[in-house]
Ligand binder design. Structure first.
Ligand SMILES: *[C@@H]1O[C@H](CO)[C@@H](O)[C@H](O)[C@H]1NC(C)=O
Ligand SMILES: *[C@@H]1O[C@H](CO)[C@@H](O)[C@H](O)[C@H]1NC(C)=O
Ligand SMILES: *[C@@H]1O[C@H](CO)[C@@H](O)[C@H](O)[C@H]1NC(C)=O
Length: 602
């Protein structure tokens, strides 16, 4: 979902001439630079970086140097981390690879199958079931040092509703859609090694049902993520990374994933030591038991679409494994699309008694989770991409929640109506929309349903993580709120902050105020990644405010870009970052927190 919508919003930005949002032309060429061509290359650096990871495997990378980057980055892209999950290995846990010989790791591997909304120029469009590759980025390193450095490590888990998205970045446009991890590394004051990767999505990664449980294949996509974390533990030292300082970070579905990993206590030594959970949480949106009615129905529909219905149980997975890839991906797209408008999404993580051992809300109550430093946060307008834009009638607002969360009682629905006053009857409602609705293509109930869904699905679960973790664990928790208004319709939208975090040229060059937000955010993030504290490395944004750890007695939040609406057509420059009392939408969250369990029961 996220990829689609980010791309869609980007197209919206390109097409109208409005404000000349990007001051330099898009480049559609691949950022790949062959070793011999990169402008930064000097004789002291190896021009084709190579890393041996044991068992005879040598990984040959390349050096990237974008104009404007302060330093070059060595990239090792498209490294397979398991045997291809195809044919008889489809719908099964991963099988490790033993020896791989020399790997030409100069290109991203294809993304995992999932319906993307538009094929973008330069995006290559390649998708394949054989998609389980990871990428390693590190600052260019002198040969002599490569054996001795021990840099902190950050592992990025991409978003996309568990049905879209990729770690792949090609040229500028998908940079906006996904995460330019290499750019983030290039700009960091302190060096770190970053890893990004693809994991199985859609039905191929998340196909809950009774039968899938018997087959032992629930939450395969989450388990792929664990395999990557294990790969990092085993191999990252060869790249100069320190396996005892691993930060997981990710957005949206990537953030929900991290929430589940935080809750997943294991007997083995920890696979990560810090987390950044952006617009997501273990309790976000809805996490149902594997045999929840909605998922059983979706499973049956998937089997029908894939041509494997009406078979004895023992024949179902053999049938699915024998189908051509296209039949499977068409089937997963059809079922996902059917439930997309109501947001009762198919192919999601579920409570499996294993990697998600219990209802996430019960996991918090148990007092036992991986207690590591947590940075987490939300955006003001998280709902923009997801809710039905044309919503016009007050009844549609209530119906939306009745369908989304069938366990809400009539009394609950009444409370929701009061919490989000109807703009059609209440002139004092904050959801009276004075924008030109036709111009931005929304109905008069849009603002109201956007806010309510944003709170239910993202804002309140995120704040729940901060509220439940901070008083109950020793390591610190830091909360942020992204408030920079980037478009008239979307405001401070889901995922908008990614281009700031990665120091995208389009942001840096837009204006001084935008650049300051990017510098500040990137400094907090990379300081947290490299030290566990967002404040300790001062760097480029040396005068940024101290980010106080979350304290539920007197909750405070770091707000980014408040009152800045220059990109949305206003003239406010606002403040890059400032600590404020964490009161925005608190009343609403107090209600939603009492309803969390309704989205975690079958
Ligand atoms: C590695 O792959 C790239 C891209 O396909 C190609 O241009 C290059 O020649 C390959 N290098 C080697 C050593 O095979
Ligand atoms: C799934 O399994 C549960 C528990 O064994 C059972 O109660 C339920 O009826 C099953 N659902 C379907 C659709 O087979
Ligand atoms: C974003 O800013 C513009 C310009 O001030 C304003 O018209 C619009 O209502 C804002 N959007 C949101 C969602 O706040």
């Amino acid at each position: 979902m996220f990829l689609i919508v980010a791309v869609a919003s980007l197209l919206v930005k390109i097409i109208p001439s409005s404000v000349g949002e990007f001051q330099r032309p898009f480049k559609f060429d691949s950022p790949l630079r062959d070793g011999g061509l990169h402008p930064h290359g000097t004789s002291t650096f190896d021009q084709t970086p190579q890393v041996a990871i044991g068992r005879g495997t040598i990984i040959v990378g390349s050096v990237l140097h974008e104009a404007g980057w302060p330093r070059a980055v060595e990239a090792f892209r498209g490294i397979p981390y398991a045997l291809p999950p195809v044919g008889d290995r489809r719908f099964r846990p991963l099988v490790p690879i033993s020896s791989q010989g020399v790997i030409n790791a100069t290109r991203f591997g294809p993304r995992c199958p999932g319906k993307q909304l538009v094929q973008l120029p330069g995006s290559g469009g390649a998708e394949s079931e054989d998609c389980l590759t990871l990428n390693v980025f590190r600052p260019e390193i002198a040969d002599a040092d490569s054996e001795t450095v021990k840099w902190p490590v950050a592992v990025y888990i991409h978003g996309g509703a568990f049905n879209r998205g990729t770690a792949k970045v090609d040229g500028r446009i998908p940079v906006a859609a996904m995460h330019d991890t290499a750019s983030m590394v290039a700009w960091s004051e302190r060096p770190f090694v970053a890893v990004s990767f693809n994991y199985r999505i859609g039905a191929l990664g998340f196909l809950p049902s009774n039968l899938s449980r018997e087959e032992g294949i629930l939450n395969l996509g989450l388990k792929d993520q664990v395999v990557v974390m294990e790969w990092v533990q085993e191999n990252i030292h060869n790249f100069g990374g320190d396996p005892s300082q691993v930060t997981l970070f990710g957005l949206s579905a990537g953030a929900h994933s991290i929430g589940h990993h935080v809750m997943n206590l294991r007997d083995e030594s920890p696979l990560f030591h810090r987390v950044i959970i952006e617009s997501g949480a273990a309790t976000s949106r809805g996490v149902y038991p594997y045999d929840a009615a909605r998922h059983q129905v979706q499973f049956a529909e998937f089997l029908t679409e894939a041509g494997c219905a009406d078979l004895p149980s023992a024949a179902v997975f053999p049938c699915l494994r024998a189908r051509p890839e296209k039949d499977i991906t068409d089937a997963q797209t059809a079922v996902f699309e059917k439930y997309n408008p109501s947001l009762r999404w198919a192919f999601q993580p579920v409570i499996d008694g294993d990697i998600i051992s219990k209802r996430p809300i019960d996991a918090w109550a148990s007092g036992a989770w991986n207690m590591v430093p947590i940075m987490t946060g939300f955006s003001t307008n998280e709902g923009t991409y997801y809710v039905p834009a044309s919503m016009a009638q007050p009844d549609e607002f209530t119906d939306f929640f009745r369908v989304l969360i069938p366990r809400l009682s009539t009394a609950d629905l009444r409370v929701i109506k009061e919490l989000y006053p109807d703009p059609s009857t209440r002139p004092d409602s904050p959801y009276v929309d004075s924008r030109d609705l036709a111009a931005i293509g929304v109905g008069p109930q849009f603002k109201r349903v956007e806010a309510a869904y944003a709170h239910y699905a993202y804002v309140c679960p995120v704040r729940q993580t901060a509220t439940l973790a901070a008083p109950n664990q020793k390591p610190p928790v830091y909360l942020y709120h992204w408030a920079l208004n980037q478009t008239v319709k979307g405001g401070a939208n889901h995922a908008d902050h990614i281009l700031y975090q990665t120091m995208d040229a389009a942001v840096l060059e837009y204006s001084e105020a935008q650049r300051d937000v990017a510098w500040t955010m990137h400094a907090y993030w990379t300081s947290f990644i490299t030290t566990g504290d967002p404040n300790s490395i001062r760097g480029r944004a040396g005068d940024r405010p101290e980010w106080a750890r979350y304290n539920t007695e007197k909750p405070r939040v770091m707000v980014f870009g408040e009152d800045n609406d220059e990109r949305g057509g206003g003239d406010g420059l606002g403040v890059a970052a400032k600590m404020e009392e964490d009161e925005w939408s608190r009343q609403e969250c107090k209600f939603w927190w009492t309803k969390t369990e309704l989205s975690e029961m079958g």
